[in-house]
Ligand binder design. Structure first.
Ligand code: CIR
Length: 317
């Protein structure tokens, strides 16, 4: 059952159905994806920041359920052998204050957000020189190849599609990639900005150091959307708080994983503590033994806690 179905009673639906945000969004806009896809895990997307307040009676219990129960993650059993960690990935989601979120952007507004963020990414040079590619300017075959290799994103997520997040794709969408390849940014995918740092091996602290440098530089010129109660605000409530997700790409077929580590990893996944995504993204199938392993519940947790928790998953030889 989705969190939407769990928390939207008929009575609450009636109460909230008359409300609109300053941008004119109503409850139907927020719940469209979850209604269309009853197999949603969450089922809501915020079309703007104000949705979190206007529809707080729905978002608050959803956010509550997206936090780990106290103590749940205090001592996760080590279940990943460092030798089996192909790479570490940290990604951070941000939206610009004063703009609707991607589900609520018009074509023109999306292009304005794109321009602003593309400029900001290019200004990371000389420390992080890189290149912006506007998806709408790429030849179809090149774009298809970039999507296939996860260097770009396509309009292929049915949950986001139902929320309106893929409207006008590829207009207003860009990707940034640093020259050395460790840093990338997606503009106007699920959030205005998704920054990712990927480094080889198990190295959450080093990855985070680079991410901090990048985010400090970006924050000095951009106003990111958030508030003291929630932290950073994102399209999907599952990212609210730090907006950060830390994961290891794990070769589950590696010899060092066989036996107790893999059994412990699968038990944590079955218990809903860990999420093992396919190598190509959240809804991608797992193939070839490669899995992207991260904690499922991240809402409201500090960056330090997220880093400590993922490091605690490593089996110390
Ligand atoms: C769902 O409710 O299952 C989808 N809307 C995805 C929820 C996970 N959130 C995300 O990927 N940001």
């Amino acid at each position: 059952m989705s969190l939407l179905a769990r928390h939207l009673s008929d009575a609450l639906r009636l109460t909230l159905s008359g409300q609109t945000t300053a941008g004119g969004y109503g409850l139907e806009d927020v719940i469209r994806s979850g209604l269309r896809h009853p197999d949603s895990r969450v089922g809501v997307y915020a079309p703007d920041a104000q949705s979190y307040d206007t529809f707080g009676e729905l978002f608050d219990p959803i956010l509550h359920d997206l936090q780990p129960p106290p103590g749940q993650r205090a001592v996760p059993p080590p279940c990943i052998h460092p030798a089996a960690v192909v790479s570490t990935r940290i990604r951070v989601a941000r939206n610009l204050a004063g703009h609707n979120f991607p589900a609520g952007l018009t074509r023109e507004q999306r292009c304005a957000v794109e321009d602003k963020l593309a400029q900001a990414c290019l200004s990371l040079a000389p420390q992080f020189p890189g290149r912006i590619r506007k998806l709408q300017s790429l030849p179809g075959d090149q774009l298809a190849a970039m999507i296939a290799s996860q260097q770009a994103f396509g309009p292929d997520d049915r949950f986001m599609a139902a929320a309106g997040i893929h409207a006008d794709w590829p207009v207003g969408r860009s990707v940034f990639c640093s020259a050395e390849g460790q840093l990338s940014a997606w503009i106007n995918e699920e959030d205005h900005l998704r920054v990712a740092v990927v480094m080889p091996g198990a190295c959450a602290a080093a990855c985070h150091q680079t991410m901090q440098l990048v985010m400090e530089r970006l924050a000095s010129q951009l106003d990111f959307c958030g508030d003291p109660r929630h932290g950073y605000l994102t399209s999907c409530p599952s990212n609210v708080g730090s907006g950060m997700r830390v994961s290891y790409r794990v070769d589950t077929h590696h010899d060092a994983m066989q036996g107790a580590p893999l059994a412990a990893l699968e038990a944590l996944e079955a218990a809903g503590v860990l999420q093992m995504r396919g190598a190509a993204g959240e809804h991608a199938p797992r193939s070839g033994g490669l899995a992207d392993v991260g904690f499922r519940q991240r809402v409201g947790l500090s960056e330090t806690r997220l880093l400590d928790d993922i490091e605690a998953l490593l089996v110390r030889p």
